[in-house]
Ligand binder design. Structure first.
Ligand code: CTP
Length: 319
């Protein structure tokens, strides 16, 4: 298996442009990764000072009622009312209550996954997290098929499902939701005002078609808490990406964390082009201009944790 060889490629780092800065000095293929349990537990404890994944993963039914007013986390002046549908879909208890998994896979959406053959390895983990309803079926060999938790930024409805303009797109989304088959659908509904209608459409579809998913809507304090943790550790992120959020949450309930599809660079270590997403044609400029994310900075932090054995980052092919 590829268990020992994590970051493949030549032993001399081939770095040309500045966007690849943080992949400099990446460990050569002979670097043997070892899990550092002491460090993992220490990180879990530190993160618990800022947030509790068990609680912050979702607002619970008992804490809200229909009609309640919520101020958006990033647009404090804008508000939303808790709709009847949203209320119905709030979980009664945390979907992660008392959970503890031996190994977890967090699958990011980088094109680095293409031709990786990591599907089998990913599917072998005890708990599998994916981001933004990324498609799996057509890419199973590289990304696997199983999903235990999948995130959905409201913008995905616009970007990947054409804002449900017609029946074809509604069907496409419905199919994707049906395929989730009981897994957790994690929707950041209280972050930005732009997502209002999109969240409502999805909530409505889930109820109307009795889709078998366990919905979760992250707490209002989650993002700031995650940012706070990383800032304390001198990682100056503007707004944590979904991938980093998932890692931060996973430290609470996963003993070993394996990351795939994290590669926010347009070229791989051998200078071959890498797509921004493995499944669409979104371009890299998107991260620097429109997005408040600082993915390369996050990547650098994750790479350090990989080298220390707190997590395992796979950016090459799987064995
Ligand atoms: N990711 C990465 N390299 C890429 C693309 C994605 O490392 N080239 C990771 C990031 O951690 C990202 C996650 O995979 O958060 C999921 O990808 P995407 O759906 O693009 O993430 P978002 O952070 O949600 O981006 P956006 O806010 O623009 O929707």
């Amino acid at each position: 298996t590829g268990a020992d060889v994590v970051i493949n490629g030549s032993s001399s780092p081939a770095v040309v442009d500045r966007s690849n800065e943080s992949i400099k000095h990446i460990k050569p293929a002979s670097f043997r990764w070892r899990h550092n349990q002491t460090l993992s537990l220490k990180i879990r404890k530190q993160i618990l000072k800022f947030l509790d994944a068990e609680k912050d993963i979702s607002v619970l039914k008992g804490t809200l009622k229909p009609g309640d007013i919520i101020h958006y986390v990033f647009d404090r002046d804008s508000t939303m009312n808790v709709s009847q549908n949203l209320y119905e879909l709030l979980p009664r208890t945390s979907p992660l209550k008392g959970k503890n998994f031996r190994t977890c896979a967090i699958v990011g959406n980088s094109g680095i996954l293409l031709n990786s053959g990591c599907g089998r390895e990913i599917d072998a983990h005890s708990f599998i997290i994916r981001c933004n309803l990324a498609p799996v079926q057509e890419y199973a060999w590289d990304v696997g098929m199983k999903t235990d938790l999948v995130t959905m930024n409201p913008s995905v409805i616009q970007r990947a499902f054409e804002d449900l303009v017609n029946e074809t797109w509604r069907e496409k989304l419905l199919q994707r939701l049906h395929n989730l088959n009981g897994s957790i659908l994690w929707i950041p509904a209280f972050m930005a005002k732009g997502g209002k209608e999109r969240v409502e459409w999805v909530n409505e579809l889930i109820l109307k078609h009795r889709i078998n998913v366990r919905t979760a809507y992250p707490s209002l304090r989650l993002l700031h808490a995650v940012r706070g943790y990383w800032l304390t550790n001198k990682v100056h992120i503007k707004r944590p990406t979904t991938g980093l959020l998932m890692y931060t949450l996973a430290t609470r309930f996963c003993n070993r964390i394996y990351l795939y599809g994290f590669w926010p660079f347009p070229r791989d270590q051998n200078q071959n082009p890498v797509k921004y997403h493995y499944y669409d044609s979104l371009k890299y400029g998107y991260t620097s201009q429109a997005s408040p994310h600082t993915m390369p900075l996050e990547f650098k932090a994750l790479k350090t944790l990989h080298q220390q054995g707190a997590l395992k980052l796979t950016v090459g092919v799987c064995g």
